[in-house]
Design a protein. Structure first.
Length: 118
């Protein structure tokens, strides 16, 4: 919900549903929880080995993309607010974050569908 609310272009609508800042915090909290759940599912910390992930195909790729998206999200949340000089280059970061997130969802979906019975 964060992205549609942020991009709605109507500040009244954003305030009506709780504000962009609140939805960003919800987005971050759910993202961290998702990262922890997927990392545990992938075997972290005991069975989590990069060589093993490479052998897992789409599941390994989705796990690496999750790690990249999480690091990217942390980078985007904190330096952007604290370094006003980074606002221009930040536009490139946003594009990359969205693209990598879309790839994460694509490969995670492929992984899930390949595991489905039948």
């Amino acid at each position: 919900m964060y992205t549609p609310i942020k991009r709605s272009g109507d500040p009244r609508y954003a305030r009506k549903v709780g504000g962009v800042a609140r939805w960003l915090n919800i987005h971050i909290a759910l993202s961290v929880m998702g990262f922890v759940f997927v990392a545990v599912h992938a075997g972290f910390p005991f069975k989590f080995q990069s060589a093993d992930l490479a052998a897992k195909g789409y599941a390994g790729l989705a796990t690496w993309l999750l790690l990249i998206v999480t690091i990217s999200g942390v980078f985007g949340r904190y330096p952007y607010n604290r370094l006003p000089a980074m606002r221009r280059p930040f536009r490139l970061w946003k594009e990359a974050h969205i693209i990598v997130t879309a790839l994460l969802f694509l490969f995670a979906l492929i992984h899930i569908l390949m595991q489905a019975p039948g």
